[in-house]
Ligand binder design. Structure first.
Ligand SMILES: [Zn+2]
Length: 124
């Protein structure tokens, strides 16, 4: 089994709704995203998935959120923009693209700070 991962960064503001019963104050993070893909088969070049292709796929999602207020960008205009929900959203968006390479999305981790992060693993 092979596992391939890339890291990506973006900056955005957010505020959690219903946080401990009230709205959390608006603040920003330099988010880090780690996307890990797994699979058994390599292509004729010896790649599970080209890092560049995986990075492009992540970038296409990040571009919607970079330097935005997450609470105003779908789906986080309705879904709370917690690290957990952001990780799940990235996972759901990336899984179909990754499967085109015969690989599986293994996990998405979202760091809000160097020491605070949430991971979503599809189907577990
Ligand atoms: Zn925050």
């Amino acid at each position: 089994m092979f596992e391939v991962s890339i890291d990506y960064s973006f900056s955005a503001g957010h505020a959690l709704r219903d946080y401990k019963g009230k709205s959390e104050n608006t603040h920003g993070h330099n988010y880090k995203v780690r996307v890990s893909v797994e699979g058994e088969k390599l292509d004729s070049t010896g790649l599970l998935i080209d890092f560049i292709d995986l990075r492009d796929a992540v970038k296409s999602i990040v571009d919607r959120f970079d330097h935005q207020f997450l609470n105003e960008v779908a789906p986080f205009d309705e879904l709370n923009p917690s690290a957990e929900n952001i990780a799940r959203y990235f996972s759901e968006q990336l899984a179909p693209r990754v499967s085109q390479y015969g690989a599986r999305l293994q996990a998405v981790t979202i760091w809000e700070t160097d020491s605070s992060f949430a991971t979503y693993r599809p189907g577990r």
